[in-house]
Write a protein that binds this ligand. Structure first.
Ligand code: ISE
Length: 333
């Protein structure tokens, strides 16, 4: 059985997903693609023998398309996910599910009305071998109860004109989901500290930011998000427990020793760093669709709760106050 996927948005990540689905992922094929830039869509579609859809609605409604992957700009996610739900089609939406809490609620409620789990959110770190090992070790009680989670999230350069809030809603949202998934806990409060601004940030973007999140069981999660760090893509996490710590560090295992120095390469961006996580995420999604089971990835509710925390952090940034997060009992509640 082959799952024929329609891909909406063929920018950096959408094009990568399409290539994986069309050539690497077992049991999948790319049936159709759409992008506002028709040339970019054709460049992705041609080698995969996929069609180029004239608009996103016809791609979603196409009876030859079994499932849809959304990798278009964040503010378009809600409309496309809701269209998939109206068609009763499974959808894998890149993070964030939507940048607004209200949009996420509408999605969660619409999915619930279908009576099926159709929405999956692309928080790929849940499939990264290092983070999976960290979670297994914590759950096997190798380091005792979790106390603190230290996170570093650095990119070489942010896009020009990037809003300060998007450092939280587009980047630190990975750590928000990671903390919920790793700790099996909810984040109940957010504070954002604003250090001196780097001269490397464009326009008025405040970069870096330092988030302090608190979970319902009292674990403190700190996140340094620094998107113009310059030197490479550097994502690191250390989980501190009562009897030890576990770290995930992206540095390559290969060490170059030369000129009185030892060095390890860093990835230029997130794609090589998380290549295996993306592959596993897509393979699990396709396998789950074929088997009629739920994917292991984040659900629509996970996407909603990540945005709820991210938006509380944006309020904390804007007001300078600690902002509480009220976790709804179920659904979009
Ligand atoms: C970026 O915004 C992303 O979308 C990637 O998923 C992430 O890994 C990266 O670090 C973010 O800044």
């Amino acid at each position: 059985m082959t799952i024929r996927v329609g891909v909406i948005g063929t920018g950096i990540i959408g094009a990568d997903h399409a290539r994986l689905l069309g050539g690497v992922i077992r049991g999948a094929a790319v049936g159709s693609v759409f992008d506002l830039d028709a040339d970019r869509a054709s460049a992705v579609a041609s080698p995969l023998a996929a069609t180029v859809a004239i608009d996103p609605s016809s791609l979603i409604a196409d009876p030859d398309i079994d499932a849809v992957l959304i990798a278009s700009s964040d503010e378009t996610h809600e409309r496309f996910v809701l269209d998939c739900l109206s068609e009763g089609k499974p959808v894998l939406c890149e993070k964030p599910l939507t940048p607004t809490v209200e949009g996420c609620r509408r999605i969660v409620d619409a999915e619930r009305a279908t009576g099926r789990r159709l929405v999956t959110v692309g928080f790929m770190r849940r499939h990264d071998p290092g983070y999976l090992e960290m979670r297994r070790a914590l759950h096997a009680k190798r380091i005792g109860a979790a106390l603190l989670l230290h996170c570093v999230h650095r990119n070489p350069t942010g896009p020009p004109g990037q809003s300060t809030a998007s450092l939280i809603t587009g980047s630190a949202i990975h750590e928000i989901d990671l903390a919920r998934w790793l700790l099996d806990d909810e984040i109940t409060a957010a504070t954002v500290h604003v250090p001196r601004r780097t001269s490397q940030a464009s326009g008025a973007t405040q970069d870096p930011l330092f988030l302090v999140l608190q979970t319902s069981r009292g674990v403190i999660v700190d996140v340094e998000v620094f998107v113009n760090a310059g030197y490479g893509y550097d994502v690191r996490t250390e989980l501190v427990g009562e009897q030890g710590t576990i770290s995930v560090d992206a540095a390559a295992p290969t060490v170059l020793r030369q000129d009185q120095a030892a060095s390890r390469a860093l990835a230029p961006d997130w794609r090589p760093r998380f290549a295996e996580a993306y592959r596993r995420e897509l393979q699990d999604w396709v396998d789950a669709l074929a088997a009629g089971r739920d994917p292991l990835s984040a659900s629509g509710r996970d996407g909603y709760l990540a945005t709820l925390v991210a938006q509380a952090a944006v309020v904390a940034l804007e007001t300078g106050n600690t902002t509480k997060v009220e976790i709804p009992a179920s659904g979009g509640g």
